[in-house]
Design a protein around this ligand. Structure first.
Ligand SMILES: Cc1cc2nc3c(=O)[nH]c(=O)nc-3n(C[C@H](O)[C@H](O)[C@H](O)COP(=O)(O)O)c2cc1C
Length: 210
């Protein structure tokens, strides 16, 4: 599909066909799209949980204000931020760069010291907000990839994040859930599928400077 065609094809799916399961090779594409998303300093302070388990989805459905998508979806993606962005986290990202690119030590040292100093100045809340900003980018990228692969999805902020965190034991992994994305195939009777897109006129949305 062309990029515009797939953007017009997708919609925030309200009901999935629970019998249709996304093949593993497509799930792998989605995981890679998440991982290939660019992030600030390339530090990837994010993690994706991929749930393909109906009893767990049923439980999380309760923590999502009983929104049908969560339990009818083939898979439920939970987008998380890392809660501990400390010196070690920063140093590990440079170790990875060294391993993959073999960047010279003097260059690594310079930018590592700059980054360590910068992040030490930030409060925990500022670092978590920075991580959330990166997380929304991953959501956009995964959402578009789903559309290109003809997989339906519904981006969602409307869930009880603290309940998700507790149930999925996220604090023990230094993670917090911030967004969810049920994915699958639209149910034949999801009447939202035929709704026209509501968007402000393009002239109101874009300023051209020539
Ligand atoms: C960050 C974000 C959070 C959203 N949260 C919810 C939600 O909790 N429940 C829901 O049904 N739709 C949710 N939506 C879907 C939007 O309402 C929908 O994307 C928007 O109305 C545009 O419609 P379209 O996606 O069908 O083009 C969310 C969308 C985004 C981008």
């Amino acid at each position: 599909m062309s990029s515009l065609k797939s953007l017009k094809w997708r919609y925030a799916t309200q009901k999935f066909d629970a019998q249709k399961i996304i093949p593993e090779e497509k799930i792998d594409i989605i995981k890679q799209a998440f991982n290939l998303t660019p992030t600030s300093y390339g530090m990837q302070p994010v993690k994706l949980i991929v749930i393909n388990n109906k009893p767990i989805q049923q439980k999380l459905f309760e923590y999502t204000y009983w929104q049908e998508q969560v339990r009818t979806a083939s898979h439920l993606l939970v987008f998380c931020i890392e809660t501990i962005i400390d010196d070690k986290f920063i140093e590990d990202s440079f170790k990875l760069e060294k391993k993959i690119r073999n960047t010279p030590d003097d260059i690594i040292e310079k930018s590592k010291n700059f980054r360590l100093e910068l992040f030490r100045k930030w409060s925990t809340q500022e670092k978590q907000q920075w991580a959330i900003n990166q997380l929304y980018l991953t959501l956009g990228n995964v959402l578009n990839t789903c559309a290109q692969e003809c997989i339906d999805a519904c981006p969602m902020e409307g869930f009880q994040a603290e309940k998700y965190d507790e149930y999925l034991e996220l604090p023990a992994q230094n993670l917090k859930s911030k967004l969810i994305l049920p994915i699958g195939y639209r149910a034949e009777d999801d009447f939202f599928a035929n709704f026209k897109k509501v968007r402000r006129p393009l002239e109101e949305m874009v300023i051209d400077i020539k």
